[in-house]
Design a protein around this ligand. Structure first.
Ligand code: UD1
Ligand code: UDP
Length: 356
């Protein structure tokens, strides 16, 4: 089988790494990078750290408004798919690269396999929600990380081709945590001690593009009076410069870090404060309390188990959660057994039979 993997944004490199390794044992894989993320610290660094084969092709699409960015990707993916004629197109998550990959393939009658299918925040104002819903409805294989995802698809009438495989980000976490702990000096480099700081990430468009929401988050973080390390996504860096936002003295702004450094920062944090999808899960994997800077999450299980609290962007709620949210107790294995990638590849092998 020949698989065309379409990816382009930071979390997709992390998700693709374990799958690509297993896939290449018995199948051919072509990697098509859309170029959505392009800074070394947002892209190539992950290929190096996670030993992902270099992309066979890069569309170099870069940044832009949704329509222009997605259209350029769609055109590029279509050309490559016509030229290379893969048996399946593999897409990950919920970015514009996911949408473009799924749409181009579906129009060419090439089966689409969606890893991380079935997630819903039930908030169509999020671009990610639109991308997920469309990608799911175009996919022949819906590879779900959780039972909630399976149920979400059933509620939309999707039962065919649905497989519960577990979460490939949990595979990546288990495969890299020990290596990260032994190799990374990020805590020493930043003068941090385990348990002596909170980790903050903010990059969702709805939080960052609105100066009031970003200001409110930073006000809440500052009011907690806790020591915070904040790897700043380029979207957020641009917004901070645009708004001239005030950042409290206890908050250390740093450039985006590699995956291994991020695992060490999560593992060593007292608390994780984030609006990221992936970071919410990794906080759960690492057993760290998570304060989510959103009103809804697609990772509802982490909230139900008591390890994640939705604080939104209200400064008082953010500050009090940072001070007082101290969950304890069990963390059931919600995200599989660390072998989701093998199940993804098993499911893909079956697609071969239905490809046109
Ligand atoms: C995208 C995804 C989001 C995902 C995030 C992961 C969509 C709609 N959004 O958001 O779901 O959570 O990636 O990080 O697909 N920029 C750089 N260098 C880069 C990349 C981006 O400077 O390498 C800056 C540009 O100013 C750009 C902005 O960041 O305009 C936003 O980038 P974009 O890829 O459009 O969206 P993200 O916020 O990264
Ligand atoms: N991540 C990273 N360096 C950073 C910030 C995040 O390696 O500076 C990793 C993080 O550990 C997780 C993934 O990127 O695996 C999450 O991506 P992001 O928050 O950009 O997007 P989302 O998951 O919200 O789509």
């Amino acid at each position: 089988m020949k698989a065309l993997t379409v990816l382009g944004a930071r979390p997709q490199f992390i998700k693709a790494a374990p799958v690509s390794r297993v896939l290449r044992r018995s199948h051919e894989e072509l990697i098509l990078h859309t170029g959505q993320h392009y800074d070394d610290a947002m892209s190539d660094l992950f290929f190096r750290q996670l030993d992902i084969p270099a992309p066979d092709l890069n569309l170099g699409v870069g940044s832009g408004p949704h329509g222009a960015q997605t259209a350029a990707m769609l055109e590029g993916v279509e050309k490559v798919a016509i030229d290379r004629r893969p048996d399946v197109v593999l897409v990950y998550g919920d970015t514009n690269s996911t949408l473009a990959g799924a749409l181009a393939a579906a129009k060419l009658h090439i089966p689409v396999a969606h890893v991380e299918a079935g997630l819903r925040s039930f908030d169509r104002r999020m671009p990610e929600e639109v991308n997920r819903v469309v990608a799911d409805h175009l996919s022949a294989l819906l590879l779900c990380p959780t039972q909630t995802a399976v149920a979400n698809l059933a509620a939309e009438g999707m039962r065919e081709g649905v497989r519960m495989v577990g979460d490939v980000m949990y595979d990546a976490f288990l495969q890299n945590l020990d290596r990260a702990r032994t190799q990374c000096t990020v805590l020493d480099d930043l003068g941090l001690q385990r348990g002596g700081y909170d980790l903050l990430t903010v990059h969702r468009a709805e939080n960052v593009d609105d100066p009031r929401r970003l200001g409110a988050i930073l006000e809440g973080v500052g009011a907690s009076r806790r020591r915070v390390v904040f790897p700043v996504h380029p979207r957020t860096r641009a917004a901070l410069a645009r708004d001239g936002a005030q950042v409290a003295p206890g908050v250390m702004l740093i450039d985006p870090v590699g995956y291994l450094e991020m695992l060490v920062l999560e593992d060593g944090a007292a608390k994780v404060v984030t609006d990221s999808g992936g970071v919410q899960k990794e906080a759960y994997f690492a057993g760290r309390p998570c304060i989510t800077l959103r009103d809804r999450t697609e990772w509802t299980e982490t909230v139900e188990e008591g390890w994640n609290v939705l604080a939104g962007t209200d400064p008082a709620k953010v500050a009090s959660a940072m001070r007082d949210f101290n969950p304890e107790g069990e963390r059931p294995k919600l995200f599989g057994d660390g072998h989701a990638a093998e199940r993804v590849v098993d499911a893909l092998s079956a697609v071969e039979m239905v490809s046109p």
